[in-house]
Write a protein that binds this ligand. Structure first.
Ligand SMILES: [Zn+2]
Length: 266
């Protein structure tokens, strides 16, 4: 029977942990590699909703993008939200694997997927990995940039809205400005504005950014598109579920149906 360790190995191929940022916490974070399973669920984040869905649907492993837990813990008790979820998961025998920045940067990871959705040409990492000696990381790195076929910021914004099914999004910069190079950094990655500027990008697409980062973008003369943290990453967890379902036909694999963006537009 398939066990948690088998899925961990496959995830290590899809998103090699050596690609993760130093500050990150990735890999199998909760559970037992030897535990056998029949049901796997992917989601963006471990929350009370996704934990309840996993328990209700007899999941053996949650593959989550955001690390759970992220920070070191001194206690695992039901006195805290994190402790409650960990206690519930442990009682139900559910393991948790988080890929996070390893998946952001992987050859078929989130940023590469966005670049391909937008049909960018000559796609390269915004910040290549330092260790070029490893065949696993060679040519990879953080974020992506490439040449875009859309002539203006307005055309790119419309393409993103229709593709990601977003009604409105925040944009920094003149909407009619012409475009050539587009940078991509999913999630909360406004700090990549300087890196994108150095690579000659006309615009950086990210999930969310601070107000002062938006002002910095204006000062640097680079546009920014903020499509929302959830929208910039969640679609890739649907794709990851499909990839795992292909590789492990004996398992039932799906992306959480109960997870939703905590932010709504009114
Ligand atoms: Zn994120």
């Amino acid at each position: 029977m398939t066990n948690v360790g088998d899925i961990c190995k496959a995830l290590g191929q899809i998103a090699p942990v050596c690609l993760a940022a130093e500050w990150d916490n990735v890999g199998l974070l909760v559970g037992d590699r030897k535990s056998t399973l029949t049901h796997v669920m992917t989601c963006l984040t471990v929350t009370p909703e996704t934990v309840a869905e996993a328990i209700g649907k007899q999941v053996g492993l949650i593959v989550t993008h955001h690390p759970f837990p992220f920070s070191p813990l001194k206690t695992v008790t039901t006195d805290t939200n994190i402790g409650t979820m960990l206690w519930q998961l442990a009682q139900a025998g559910i393991s948790v694997y988080s890929a996070h920045t390893a998946f952001d940067s992987a050859s078929e990871g989130i940023n590469q997927q966005i670049a391909e959705i937008l049909n960018l040409k000559d796609i390269k990492p915004l910040e290549p990995v330092d260790d070029v000696s490893s065949p696993v990381t060679d040519g990879l790195g953080v974020g992506r940039f490439g040449i875009v076929e859309f002539a203006s910021l307005a055309e790119l914004v419309n393409k993103i809205k229709s593709t990601f099914n977003i009604k409105t999004l925040h944009v920094v910069g003149d909407i009619e400005r012409p475009l050539k190079k587009v940078g991509i950094a999913c999630g909360s990655a406004g700090e990549f504005i300087r890196c994108a500027s150095r690579q000659g990008c006309d615009v950086l697409i990210t999930g969310e950014a601070r107000f002062h980062t938006c002002l910095e973008a204006r000062a640097l003369g680079i546009a920014m598109i903020l499509l929302g943290h959830y929208a910039s990453e969640r679609f890739a967890l649907d794709n990851l579920a499909a990839t795992l379902a292909d590789q492990f036909s004996e398992l039932t694999v799906w992306a959480s149906t109960d997870e939703e963006d905590p932010l709504t537009l009114h």
